[in-house]
Design a binder for this molecule. Structure first.
Ligand SMILES: Cc1cc2nc3c(=O)[nH]c(=O)nc-3n(C[C@H](O)[C@H](O)[C@H](O)COP(=O)(O)O)c2cc1C
Length: 272
């Protein structure tokens, strides 16, 4: 009998116990947990590079969408190759000479060394802090800028909305606004993704003739009989809080505490 116990070993002995034995129940449960955790962590490690590729691809698709270049059968990489990626020093309003392929603006925004904390007065987008440097995308044709894409983010009602806004070469006429990440309610705040609502942004002017930032999302509908309609976008019905959030985040990112100095420099450079 003693020899038999030795032969089976520890695992064999436990498994030979009756199914209602507490020792066997605990052992089987622990073994199952171990096997599952190994499976989950292995798949997380194995799938991480694929997830990163998908994430990068999604960003490219959103940049193409906000510039009107995305079609169903688009060769995303080929189209994205028309863009030049640059990093802007927001305070200086000028390009920063760093490696754009390794700079991660989202990571930088939560790194105290690479970000600035916003005062309550500055923080109309409710983001707390922002990176000192921002990644932007220039769509070029024969060496000349055709469109520029800027990253924007800010708080809506339930979530931080992350997206892109594009401008024509005058750095004032909006080409589009597109969010790629948010958790607003589908059918309410989630209507920020509705192509009909997004279309309204096309052609709106962010700044007036004097260079003052005027763009805003209004409550209700824009009155086209009243002056200044070219700076206004309809609010989302039943989603006033998300609409206010979008209005504020756009104003923040185009304002003097974010892309304002860069846009001003570029408008001057373009002679606009
Ligand atoms: C379940 C639920 C989800 C909601 N989701 C949103 C939302 O995503 N964005 C939003 O602005 N309001 C949302 N609201 C409505 C707000 O609570 C609030 O009533 C609304 O923003 C007021 O806008 P209105 O003046 O256009 O009706 C939601 C309400 C409920 C009950």
């Amino acid at each position: 009998m003693a020899e038999n116990t030795k032969k089976k070993g520890f695992i064999g002995n436990i498994l030979a116990l009756p199914n209602d034995n507490p020792k066997k129940t605990i052992f089987v449960a622990a073994l199952l947990c171990l096997v599952c955790s190994v499976l989950v962590s292995t798949s997380a490690v194995v799938l991480k590079p694929l997830q990163q590729i998908n994430k990068a691809n999604d960003i490219k698709k959103n940049i193409l969408a906000v510039t009107g270049l995305l079609t169903d059968d688009a060769d995303v990489d080929a189209l994205f190759a028309q863009f030049e990626t640059k990093v802007v020093n927001l305070d200086a309003g000028k390009y920063e000479d760093i490696d754009v392929t390794t700079y991660d603006q989202r990571k930088a925004s939560s790194d105290p060394a690479q970000s600035v904390t916003l005062t309550a007065e500055q923080d109309i987008a409710s983001i707390g802090s922002r990176a000192k440097l921002a990644t932007i995308y220039l769509l070029k044709e024969n060496g000349a800028v055709k469109q520029v894409v800027l990253p924007v983010h800010g708080y809506g009602l339930w979530s931080t909305l992350y997206g892109f806004i594009s401008f024509d070469a005058d750095f004032n006429t909006i080409g589009g606004l597109q969010f790629y990440e948010h958790a607003e309610t589908p059918g309410l705040g989630g209507e920020v993704d509705n192509p009909k609502w997004r279309k309204q942004w096309q052609g709106k002017k962010a700044f007036n003739e004097q260079g003052e930032l005027k763009i805003e999302v209004v409550r209700g509908f824009v009155d086209y009989k009243v002056a200044g309609a070219e700076h206004k976008v309809d609010g989302l019905s039943g989603a006033t809080l998300t609409s206010v959030g979008v209005s504020n985040l756009v104003k923040y990112w185009l304002g003097e505490n974010a892309f304002g100095p860069y846009l001003k420099n570029m408008r001057t450079e373009m002679g606009k």
